[in-house]
Design a protein around this ligand. Structure first.
Ligand SMILES: [Zn+2]
Length: 368
């Protein structure tokens, strides 16, 4: 394996840079649990800097530099120069995480002497122990989670604590989307444990934002299945969207445009907020509104003949479920749906959403 030279300087000591191959970057996140450990670490400051946290940071740094090396190797580079390492605290909504980001420039190097070239091109393969332990722990947890599939979900929580504190700690310390499906199963089980309920949103918070949205909106879409609406699940994921500021009108458009969705159960999500609305958000929100405004009729107005001996006929409102009502009835007297299949609550929710969109539009145009 070729060794990649990593350096903070802009040049390589034993050679000349002959080609710049572009920036390489990576970032890893140290999640919530490790950070609260950090905060509790202040209490034993007399005992020195929290050792757990220090080793966490070391581990994070090693993993991040390993990723940089891998990326450079794949590009066919010899070195990464001008490397910059940043630790940043991401805080907000009572949550706190640390992010390490490394960026550098991948370069091809012409070495001054063959000896130098050999030194860097023929390095013996090596794996460091941190990386080894990381993979082992990761796989062990994944295996444990995959065992879930073989069990009846209603019994899953019977053998709580399913994951040890240490394993949760590991999960929350890295951004690991491969756990999403199984952890969602745990969270969606009939009686999730307190630990699961508490840690699942934290886990979602460790993921890249698009991965997090895939999971959250995917679960909501499942819960909106017209044949099997799961109101409890919708409520839980709605609260996660709120907590983690994941509102995305585009995602709701996607759900609305898919088949077999219960619209009446979707509209409560329209009260979700964002911290900041950009012009693109407004555009998506307007598009969402226009989908509601252009819903096709699911019921119909129909001319119904009078009695056997009567020539007069009446217009009837036939609701989406086939109930016949008098023409002037707006919401079916049997199932409470209007001609578009919406309940009165849904119609009100859409009207409130319309007010929000219109006000946003006014505010936005005042800025111009
Ligand atoms: Zn009806």
């Amino acid at each position: 394996m070729k060794k990649i030279i990593l350096t903070t300087t802009n040049s390589v000591e034993f050679g000349t840079i002959i080609e710049y191959m572009g920036l390489i970057q990576t970032c890893l996140i140290l999640g919530n649990n490790a950070v609260s450990e950090f905060i509790s670490g202040f209490t034993d400051l007399f005992g020195g800097f929290s050792n757990t946290l220090r080793s966490k940071f070391d581990e994070l740094y090693e993993n991040a530099s390993k990723e940089i090396e891998d990326k450079a190797r794949k590009k066919g580079a010899d070195a990464v120069v001008g490397m910059k390492v940043d630790f940043e605290e991401l805080a907000g909504k009572g949550k706190s995480m640390f992010m390490i980001s490394i960026v550098g420039t991948a370069v091809k190097v012409k070495f001054d002497s063959e000896a130098d070239e050999d030194k860097y091109s023929n390095e013996e393969l090596y794996v460091n122990n941190t990386a080894l332990n990381f993979e082992l722990t990761k796989d062990e947890i994944l295996r444990k989670l995959n065992d879930l599939e073989k069990r009846n979900m209603s019994t899953v929580e019977e053998w709580n604590p399913y994951l040890t504190d240490e394993q949760w700690n590991f999960i929350l310390s890295y951004s690991l989307p491969e756990y999403a499906e199984r952890l969602s199963d745990l969270y969606n089980a009939p009686k999730p444990s307190d630990t699961t309920q508490e840690n699942y949103p934290r886990y979602i918070a460790t993921l890249e934002i698009e991965d997090a949205k895939d999971i959250v909106y995917g679960n909501i879409q499942n819960a909106l299945n017209v044949d099997n609406v799961d109101a409890e699940k919708i409520k839980k994921y709605k609260s996660i969207i709120k907590q983690l500021n994941l509102f995305d009108a585009k995602r709701l458009i996607g759900i609305l445009n898919s088949d077999g969705i219960d619209i009446n159960s979707l509209t409560p999500l329209l009260t979700l907020d964002k911290d900041i609305y950009r012009e693109s958000d407004l555009k998506d929100m307007e598009e969402l509104l226009s989908i509601f405004d252009n819903l096709k009729d699911k019921g119909r107005k129909e001319e119904v003949k009078g009695g056997l001996f009567s020539k007069a006929s009446k217009i009837k409102f036939i609701c989406p479920n086939g109930h016949a009502n008098n023409e002037e009835v707006e919401y079916c007297e049997t199932c409470y749906l209007n001609i578009k299949g919406l309940t009165i609550t849904t119609v009100k929710e859409i009207e409130n959403y319309r007010k929000k969109v219109l006000t946003l539009r006014t505010l936005m145009s005042n800025l111009k």
